[in-house]
Design a protein around this ligand. Structure first.
Ligand SMILES: Nc1nc2c(ncn2[C@@H]2O[C@H](COP(=O)(O)OP(=O)(O)OP(=O)(O)O)[C@@H](O)[C@H]2O)c(=O)[nH]1
Ligand SMILES: [Mg+2]
Length: 437
């Protein structure tokens, strides 16, 4: 499985954290040590790893957990954010019809395969890609790309008899005229001067709108150095990392590329033409941590702050309609109900259906409350028949609905006032038969 080692390392550290009884300095230190170990074994640069773990440690100690998160969950959220930051910005490849895309890279990095993968990707996006073979170095290159272009049914041009790649490119461009033209260039054994000179000559002559560097991710953090030297030779606009499926060093390659400032647009995750993905750091890190886990956590980080003062007033039974509204809204958010429960003495449990007000009813209550005066909101006891009439008219709702809101308020107040005495409460619950609306 892709990135299995990185995934199990990160998840292991997080599971360990979840088991911890307290979240103190020591726990956080141990946790970041585990994260460090995992990233270093994925060949992420030492300096980057230390920066990341220092950020997690500092933020974990200083930051107040947002929304409904506890400190452990917040540490996981921080880790997620720092990992995403390590891996870059997650841009989409900006490409238009009529543009030329030159693929460059060392030999065997996956240029030809990736040329076809990019063509397939663009075709699926409704564009009109064309493939051009400018590799005159390797005899089989022409057949390889031709065959791939037939497989994905994309126009192809090449000339196995011609030895000058520039001539082939010029002829191909004349022939194609429109569409996105993807040019597969030749690779050499190493990053030598000859290759760079050659690439630079092609680059200057054909002036591609996009130059994409194809890098083999199995070289790990060395990908960063390669990216820099190609950037000097031909102004690399973005990177595609290949062979992420078999690479234990993919994390290193990704982070090293991100630190050069060139976006990684795609990753190759297998030999087959459809084993290719847009690279999105957020999605990528979510997948490592566990999609469901992190998405739920991020949602809950956005929840409204739990207002303890309002909760105190509700628990003591001294609350207004305004408080009730705020509270019901908060209760609807996950985590809030649990916090109220925790605040109750002697482990008293409020029947959950008591607070289970439907969205639609809540909306009606809000409309009704909007027609009340400040005085009525603060002191609902003064609302008698004539006021009910006026509020119903003003809000465009039925009198029964106004009364329903008032009786819900009263019942809740009564229950809360008897909270201190569990026996009384139980009796009351039986009488109301569960106080839900
Ligand atoms: N597992 C895996 N193999 C890949 C991936 N991309 C390419 N390959 C394989 O890597 C080998 C080299 O791929 P090519 O596309 O021929 O590489 P190239 O850069 O065009 O090579 P030259 O033209 O010789 O420089 C082939 O066996 C591909 O099947 C990938 O994402 N995953
Ligand atoms: Mg090739």
């Amino acid at each position: 499985m892709v990135f299995e080692k990185l995934r199990s390392g990160l998840q292991g550290a997080m599971n360990q954290l979840r088991k911890a009884i307290v979240v103190d300095k020591k726990t956080i230190k141990e946790y970041t040590k585990e994260i460090q170990k995992t990233l270093l074994s994925a060949d992420v640069n030492v300096k980057l790893v230390f920066e990341l773990s220092k950020n997690i440690e500092e933020r974990g100690l200083l930051e107040k957990p947002p929304g409904a998160l506890d400190r452990k969950e917040n540490l996981i959220r921080i880790t997620y954010e720092e990992l995403v930051r390590l891996l870059g910005t997650g841009e989409r490849l900006p490409i238009k019809d009529g543009e030329k895309v030159l693929l460059v890279g060392t030999q065997g990095s996956g240029k030809t395969t990736t040329a076809a993968k990019v063509a397939r990707y663009l075709k699926k996006k409704g564009m009109n890609p064309k493939l051009l073979c400018a590799d005159t170095f390797r005899p089989a290159a022409y057949d390889q790309l031709k065959q791939l272009s037939e497989e994905i049914q994309v126009p192809f041009y090449g000339d196995p008899a011609e030895k000058d790649s520039l001539k082939i490119i010029k002829k191909g461009l004349e022939k194609f005229k429109s569409g996105v033209i993807i040019i597969d260039s030749e690779g050499r054994h190493s990053l030598d001067k000859e290759l760079m000179g050659d690439i630079n000559r092609i680059y200057r002559e054909i002036k591609p709108e996009k130059t994409l560097l194809i890098l083999d991710s199995t070289i790990g953090q060395l990908a960063g150095e390669q990216a820099k030297s190609f950037k000097d030779a031909c102004n690399v606009d973005g990177i595609i990392l290949t062979k992420m499926d078999g690479s234990a060093k993919g994390g290193g390659a990704l982070s090293a590329c991100a630190s050069t400032g060139a976006p990684v647009y795609f990753i190759g995750v297998g030999e087959h033409i459809d084993e290719f993905e847009e690279f999105d750091p957020e999605r990528f890190v979510s997948r490592l941590i566990g999609f469901g886990d992190i998405q739920g956590l991020l949602e809950r980080a956005k929840e409204v702050e739990f207002d303890e003062e309002v909760a105190e007033r509700i628990i003591s039974g001294r609350f207004t309609l305004e408080d009730l509204y705020l509270e019901i809204e908060q209760m609807k958010k996950l985590g809030s109900l649990k916090k109220i429960m925790d605040m109750l003495p002697f482990g008293i449990k409020i029947p959950s259906n008591m607070l289970d007000i439907q969205e639609e009813k809540l909306r009606i209550f809000r409309v009704i409350m909007d027609s009340m005066t400040d005085e009525e909101m603060k002191n609902p006891e003064i609302i008698k028949r004539s006021r009910v009439e006026r509020i119903a008219k003003g809000s465009g709702r039925k009198r029964e609905e106004v009364r329903e809101l008032l009786s819900h308020y009263k019942r809740m107040k009564k229950v809360m006032k008897t909270m201190g005495d569990e026996r009384k409460l139980k009796r009351l619950m039986r009488r109301f038969g569960g106080i839900g609306i």
